[in-house]
Design a binder for this molecule. Structure first.
Ligand code: NAG
Length: 195
């Protein structure tokens, strides 16, 4: 409630009882009660406003959806991943979504927070005139592969549904001796979620 409406109320409270000839003490008592009630109401509103502001700030800092019930993540590659070694992890550093926090944008590894059936998909772009092979692996075991080659650019993509136990890890890695550069600039991505 604004101060203007509080003032209006006070004026009305003062005028109305007088015009009906109520006793001075009654008027003052009613006024005091009303003022106290308004004060309480304002205090409550202020507190609620402060709480919702803090909640909004917290959500902004944490990023992930605080109401998420299932793990879900999505990330892209900001810079080119160059000179990839055999089975080197491709670290999709730009994390769009990480509900329940299973994906690590510093290591590129998704670790299942709970048992369940998960869907994973990855698209990896090769540089112009170069070929590239990568794979989605589970605990270091290749599951599905991506391949791309063109005289210009090309994106290799694949998806897989895996039944995981909590703690199982899934990531995208380079194949041994098959090309060595993955294209960044958010042309290469890795996403997954519990079905
Ligand atoms: C996850 O699955 C494993 C193997 O089936 C089982 O031993 C474990 O109790 C399960 N964990 C939960 C939290 O359900």
């Amino acid at each position: 409630m604004s101060y203007i409406s509080l003032t209006t109320c006070l004026i009305l409270c003062l005028l109305v009882p007088h015009s009906f000839g109520a006793s001075k003490d009654d008027v003052i008592e009613t006024l005091l009660k009303d003022v106290q009630m308004l004060k309480d109401e304002m205090e409550l509103m202020k507190r609620e406003q402060k709480l919702s502001k803090r909640d909004a700030e917290k959500r902004f800092v944490l990023g992930p959806n605080p109401f998420a019930e299932k793990p879900a993540f999505s990330a892209s590659l900001t810079n080119h991943a160059t000179n990839l070694g055999n089975y080197q992890t491709i670290i999709f550093d730009n994390v769009f979504t990480n509900d329940l926090g299973g994906y690590n944008g510093l290591t590129g590894v998704f670790t299942a927070p709970s048992n369940g059936t998960y869907f994973f998909t990855s698209t990896v772009m090769s540089h112009s005139g170069q070929y590239l092979e990568t794979n989605i692996c589970l605990n270091g075991q290749t599951k599905v592969l991506m391949y791309s080659y063109d005289t210009s650019f090309e994106q290799g993509a694949n998806s897989v549904v895996l039944v995981l136990q909590a703690g199982d890890s899934v990531w995208v890695r380079h194949n041994a001796n098959e090309g060595s550069n993955a294209y960044g600039g958010h042309w290469s991505t890795f996403s997954g979620f519990m079905i």
